[in-house]
Write a protein that binds this ligand. Structure first.
Ligand SMILES: *[C@@H]1O[C@H](CO)[C@@H](O)[C@H](O)[C@H]1NC(C)=O
Length: 264
């Protein structure tokens, strides 16, 4: 399940190779000091390069770096933007949230900043390149790394609200049939789904290497039909409150957002 989008060491290796081959021209004529000094210089440059690449001490995850570049298609980023609107629409339900999706650590950390909040996360992909904060969340069991094709490791109604982003797009209907009802199972007040819009499909190559499968951006009518087919009910009251708050705060989403009822 490792899907590291690119390998920074390879990039560094490439530029290192270029530096070395450039230096080998003058090698025959150069004095011993230069021939020792030059590789040292190259090594120094590489160390500097690695250092700046990692953001000067702080470890930047590759996914995070890529997320910044391609930020406009990440619906987990959209969850961050929507938190104030969700808080207006869902009120107290926002105090016990499960977020499911890539970079869940960022969402969980954000939610935990509010004193009265409890938050948990399910990270569908490996956290090998996660930062220290994220690793601590995983260690504490607040964030779990789990394949969402399988039942979530939580009892029914464990959370007041479940928010899922950038995760369902990668599931075929066969797995959606299992995963979506399972999200509804663990929630008391409903499920909020953030998915990509068909018009916003970008960076396909990076996507494939990241998730091992191309995201299938489904249209809003596809989703609504799907909900009806699988007897998942949209939460009209929540939709209304969310839209009102969004209008008031001039919030326009880059992703499709659906609000589902929990199972009773
Ligand atoms: C998913 O579930 C629906 C409703 O039960 C069913 O009609 C559909 O055939 C299922 N799809 C797959 C791929 O299993």
């Amino acid at each position: 399940m490792s899907r590291r989008p690119m390998n920074p060491s390879r990039r560094l290796g490439d530029s290192g190779g270029a530096l070395f081959s450039g230096s080998s021209h003058s090698k025959s004529k150069s004095s011993p000091i230069i021939s020792i000094g030059l590789p040292l210089l190259v090594v120094g440059a590489l160390i500097l390069l690695v250092y700046s690449y990692s953001g000067g001490g702080g470890f930047v995850s590759v996914r995070e770096a890529i997320g910044r570049v391609e930020g406009d298609f990440s619906c987990t980023m959209e969850v961050h933007r929507a938190i104030p609107i969700l808080a207006k629409a869902y009120g107290d339900s926002m105090h016990k949230v499960l977020h499911v999706g890539p970079d869940t650590c960022s969402v969980v950390s954000r939610l935990l900043k509010e004193e009265e909040n409890e938050a948990w996360g399910v990270e569908p992909y490996d956290t090998e390149d996660a930062d220290r904060t994220c690793k601590a969340l995983v260690k504490k069991g607040i964030v779990r790394v789990a394949d969402i094709k399988f039942p979530l490791p939580y009892r029914p109604k464990s959370f007041s609200l479940v928010i899922v982003s950038d995760a369902l797009d990668y599931l075929s209907p066969r797995y959606l049939n299992k995963t979506l009802p399972d999200l509804a199972r663990v929630s008391v007040d409903g499920v909020v789904i953030f998915t990509g819009s068909p018009g916003h499909q970008k960076a396909k190559v990076a996507e494939v290497s990241k998730f091992g499968r191309v995201a299938k951006m489904r249209s809003s009518s596809w989703w609504v039909r799907y909900f009806v087919q699988t007897s998942l009910e949209e939460n009209e009251a929540a939709i209304k409150k969310f839209e009102q708050a969004a209008t008031k705060m001039s919030y326009i989403s880059n992703c499709q957002i659906f609000h589902l009822m929990p199972f009773h």
